[in-house]
Design a protein around this ligand. Structure first.
Ligand code: TMP
Length: 231
């Protein structure tokens, strides 16, 4: 049986890294095998592209170039890690995916959304996340937290107005696809955010189990091939 694709989204400083750990712990408790990965990145080539696109530099980086680099990394990641892992029966937990491109390049950089959609269709036509957890907080608060971490990449250097647009674009996508998104208020105490994230995963897994055909003796004995873990 194909694995499920779970993504986490949100602006910098909302506690995404902590909540990736919550998703991992929840899947472990549910005894669902999974691989954790991130975007941009997730494979050696895609991580090289990540380093290129995030590094602070003197030269201007047009939104269109950012868009193409994000999707170049994604094309590699989808082909070499995400699809093989899902086909092996494991879930994929991905720290950001194409919703981030709609939010950052679309909302943040004003790249026209049909351009994002065109590259999405080329890069992963039929593949969409089964569950997307959006951690939501106002940029001013979230950026304070990111700065405390000593943030230094090209996006972390952006203005509050940029992140206001990114946040608005995320919320717009969540409103358009309520069945896929769970929006969680990331300004709650950490224990409450974690509990909400865990509950979202448990509820989704229950739906997936209910939708899955009953396991046959042949399918339960299958051993999934190993997939390389990203750094
Ligand atoms: P991270 O800090 O969460 O690992 O994400 C790296 C940065 O890349 C973050 O500022 C968001 C940005 N990004 C985009 O602008 N577009 C994308 O499609 C993705 C995946 C990330």
């Amino acid at each position: 049986m194909r694995g499920r694709f779970i993504t986490l989204e949100g602006i910098e400083g909302v506690g995404k890294t902590t909540q990736v750990a919550t998703v991992r712990a929840t899947l472990e408790a549910l005894q669902r095998p999974f691989v954790t990965t991130r975007e941009p990145g997730g494979t050696p080539l895609a991580e090289d592209i990540r380093a290129l696109v995030l590094a602070p530099r003197e030269e201007a980086v047009p939104g269109s170039a950012e868009l193409l680099l994000m999707f170049a990394a994604r094309a590699v990641h989808v082909a070499n890690l995400i699809l093989p892992t899902l086909a092996s029966g494991k879930d994929v937990v991905c720290d950001r995916f194409t919703d981030a491109t709609y939010a950052y390049q679309g909302g943040g950089r004003h790249v026209p959304l049909p351009q994002v959609a065109a590259l999405e269709a080329i890069t992963h036509g039929g593949l969409q996340p089964d569950l997307t957890v959006l951690l939501d907080a106002a940029p001013a608060l979230a950026l304070q937290r990111a700065k405390r971490r000593g943030a230094t990449d090209r996006f972390e250097a952006e203005t509050v107005a940029f992140f206001d647009r990114v946040r608005a674009a995320y919320l717009e996508r969540a409103a358009a696809e309520p069945a896929r998104f769970v929006v969680i208020d990331a300004t709650q105490p950490l224990a409450e955010v974690s509990a909400a994230v865990a509950a979202a995963v448990v509820a989704a897994a229950a739906r997936w189990n209910a939708a899955a055909p009953a396991a046959t003796p042949a399918s339960t004995g299958a051993v999934a091939p190993e997939v390389e873990q990203p750094a």
